[in-house]
Design a protein around this ligand. Structure first.
Ligand SMILES: NC(=O)c1ccc[n+]([C@@H]2O[C@H](COP(=O)([O-])OP(=O)(O)OC[C@H]3O[C@@H](n4cnc5c(N)ncnc54)[C@H](OP(=O)(O)O)[C@@H]3O)[C@@H](O)[C@H]2O)c1
Length: 325
């Protein structure tokens, strides 16, 4: 089959379109004929050697695919060859064929396209869990979504409203992305670098602050979150796109009953895949009845994965990026 291989760590140019051996599903695994794969920022981290769940090169990136079931490994029940599915992977999605654990394969409702299936697993499940599970969002609360125009960001902004948030404030790196964040459901959008996030959030909430902060940037963005996290608030740390860890002092937490909670879908996939099912089912239900829409900003042929990586790294991408084998 054709696949994109990371032969060594490096820039987008290392991504190599090659013939590789077809994967074979083992015990409890499913072979998926890939019709679409989606990009995640973790694929970039994998390529540069900084993804905490990543395999060493040579390796095939790709955590999410949509397609049809080509074969079932021993011991798999409840799924059928030919069924249209979305699948979450530990890697290997940038390919014509991919192997997934059966617990991370979700049959797609008729109203959900295979492309949406490819876009949903990491972005949809992460967005749901950072709000509902890690963020413990309660109706009426204020949520700050950093990188609100991105794949997780556009999904989390919509889901925050669907889960009952009273005020959704997005932040984006450039003014060009503010409209996309608004269209995804942010009531207010702050352009980081042009405006002080803490000052604006405190203004917008009449000094109350944010009840939930979704932070995938870390570094000074996370550290600065304590200037506007409300008493009883939860700061969810789920990424490090700035490349720098952020810092929380215990003295910023206990006096105000505030919490910092870490979240990783990749870690759940590896160690507790079944625990992702409630989020997957909830998100697929919202996609099926049209209340949630995954924003797709760009599509590339699989062979052009390097262009797709350059786009997400440029920080100019909107929503999800898809690859088609
Ligand atoms: N823990 C988990 O389970 C999990 C799951 C999915 C994603 N994530 C994390 O969530 C974040 C978003 O992921 P995504 O796949 O949806 O990507 P994305 O948001 O579509 O694209 C990445 C975005 O990160 C922002 N960013 C901030 N600082 C950056 C920097 N120094 N270099 C590059 N980008 C920077 C940019 O948006 P702005 O400039 O507008 O901020 C950029 O557009 C990533 O940090 C990712 O690792 C975590």
């Amino acid at each position: 089959m054709k696949a994109i291989v990371v032969p060594r760590y490096g820039g987008p140019e290392v991504l190599s379109y090659e013939d590789v051996a077809d994967p074979v599903p083992g015990e409890g695994e499913v072979l998926v004929r890939v019709e679409a794969a989606s990009l995640n920022f973790a694929d970039v981290l994998l390529r540069v050697g900084r993804y905490h769940q990543g395999a060493d090169p040579p390796t095939i990136p790709g955590l999410d695919v949509g397609g049809t079931i080509g074969a079932l490994g021993p011991g798999v029940s409840g799924l059928q060859v030919g069924q249209r599915v979305a699948a979450g992977l530990g890697g290997g999605g940038y390919a014509e064929l991919a192997v997934a654990r059966a617990s991370l394969v979700w049959p797609l409702p008729d109203t959900v396209s295979t492309e949406t299936g490819a876009a949903f697993p990491i972005a949809g499940i992460t967005a749901y869990n950072i709000l509902a599970l890690a963020g413990r969002l309660a109706p009426g609360e204020t949520v700050v979504v950093h990188s609100a125009a991105g794949g997780v960001g556009t999904t989390a902004s919509q889901l925050a409203r669907l889960l009952g948030a009273g005020l959704v404030i997005g932040t984006v790196g450039t003014a060009a992305k503010a409209q996309a964040a608004r269209e995804a459901g942010c009531h207010e959008v702050i352009v980081r670098g042009e405006e002080d996030v803490a000052v604006r959030v405190n203004e917008l909430t009449a000094g109350a602050g944010a009840d939930v902060i979704l932070d995938s940037i870390a570094g000074p963005t996370l550290t600065g979150g304590f200037d506007y996290l409300a008493p009883f608030g939860r700061l969810v740390a789920f990424g490090i796109s700035s490349g720098e860890p952020g810092q929380a002092l215990s003295s910023q937490l206990h006096p105000l009953n505030r919490a910092v909670v870490g979240y990783s879908s990749g870690h759940y996939r590896r160690y507790r895949p079944d625990a992702l099912r409630p989020a997957a089912e909830a998100v697929l239900g919202l996609l099926a009845d049209g209340r949630l829409r995954l924003v797709v900003g760009a599509r590339f042929p699989l062979a052009e994965a390097a262009h797709a990586h350059a786009l997400i790294e440029s920080r100019a991408s909107i929503g999800k990026i898809l690859l088609a084998p």
